[in-house]
Design a protein around this ligand. Structure first.
Ligand code: SAH
Length: 362
């Protein structure tokens, strides 16, 4: 008989779930089911997200019996810091260890408008973009919402020492957020909630490599969140060469999905375009890109390629970057060049993990 190969589930097996995975309403329901008053959920959220408590015992306005119930049912996830690299520009990169020993990266960036955290949504990634360090070694597992929330809480705790606040969050770390859609959405709702971390929707950005059905679904959520698509190529063939996901979800269909998104939400989409030396960075590429994006409510973000030792791409010379930008502008496209931060540390997603955890990324 032929052996049926078991499909991996890519899920964390947890004995006690993280309380950070719970949305306020879900926690209310849990409390009511367990014979408690629903409003306790707000008190618990306050302890978790305002006071940033690390044990249920501290929650002194809850009865001892409830504190014991909570201790039995949940854990308050803490991520073990394996490495903390600080850049001269204030960027801090964390390599955190999860409870099953896998590692993830989280980055804190300091801008003049505040502090922003870049979070990871999966251990590894299965999208296979040819230029990206996060996909080396494939996908190990999805993160639970609570493990994504814990990254923000942990960075906020580090910022508490200098009385700074996380004012924005970008889902641009390791992983494809739309490949872990449900947990990602729960994460968004928890950090956005005014009783949670209270990070405004307009201060949250999610980026996808282009999982088309999920773009439609996300548009229909009608959240006021910033949305970015990693496009990286002005035509179908080149995109397939750079991003194998383009075989399943091709560029013309992706453009339709982007249009649906802008029309449904009324919001502008960010187009991420990495410049890979001599591959997609010529004037003719810029012209083709301008034609492709004509009439779409969007903004192009040019990303000079980050060197990844395992990958072969080279950087585009500065004057060529400016020429690319100028060409887009001439065609009426909104464009900026991404400011690079943390250049003296391994700040591009997946780089630190790839270097430190060779066993996980092979
Ligand atoms: N998986 C999602 C979220 C990651 S966001 C996505 O693809 O959008 C991280 C961004 O950095 C993506 O736009 C990704 O394509 C880009 N990126 C990855 N490796 C890079 C590299 N070596 N140089 C420049 N940009 C890179």
């Amino acid at each position: 008989m032929e052996k049926v190969k078991k499909k991996p589930l890519f899920e964390l097996e947890e004995k006690t779930p993280s309380i950070y995975s719970y949305q306020l309403e879900e926690l209310k329901n849990w409390l009511i089911t367990n014979g408690e008053k629903g409003f306790r959920a707000e008190q618990i959220f306050e302890w978790l997200y305002e006071k940033r408590g690390s044990s249920f015992d501290e929650m002194t306005n809850l009865s001892k019996a409830l504190r014991e119930k909570l201790t039995d049912a949940f854990q308050i996830t803490t991520l073990k810091t394996i490495i903390k690299q600080t850049s001269s520009d204030g960027t801090i990169k964390f390599l955190f260890e999860l409870q099953d020993g896998y590692s993830i990266e989280t980055v804190l960036m300091r801008h003049d408008y505040g502090c922003s955290v870049c979070v990871t949504t999966q251990v590894g990634c299965r999208i296979g973009c040819t230029f990206c360090a996060s996909t080396l070694g494939g996908l190990k597992r999805h993160l639970k919402a609570g493990e994504i929330v814990a990254q923000v809480v942990q960075v906020q705790k580090a910022l508490d020492e200098t009385e700074e606040r996380v004012s924005s969050v970008v889902i641009m770390g390791i992983g494809e957020p739309f490949d872990n859609y449900k947990q990602m959405l729960a994460f968004l709702r928890i950090i956005n909630h005014d009783k949670g971390l209270n990070i405004g929707a307009r201060h949250i950005t999610v980026s996808t490599s282009g999982i088309i059905p999920k773009i439609y679904q996300f548009a229909d959520e009608k959240m006021q969140i910033n949305f970015a698509v990693s496009l990286h190529a002005p035509n179908n063939d080149l995109r397939t060469q750079l991003m194998p996901i383009n075989r399943a979800y091709q560029l013309p269909e992706l453009i339709k999905a982007i249009k649906y998104y802008t029309e449904t939400t009324g919001r502008r989409v960010s187009i991420e375009y990495g410049l890979f030396g001599k591959v997609n960075d010529q004037v003719e590429h810029a012209e083709e890109l301008a034609e492709l994006l004509k009439g779409i409510h969007c903004h192009v973000n040019l990303i000079p390629v980050n060197y990844v030792p395992e990958r072969n791409y080279v950087r585009t010379p500065r004057n060529q970057i400016f020429l690319f930008e100028k060409t887009l502008k001439r065609h009426g496209i909104n464009v900026t060049i991404r400011r690079e931060q943390g250049h003296d540390i391994d700040a591009a997603c997946g780089q630190l993990r790839a270097k430190e955890r060779k066993d996980e990324t092979r």
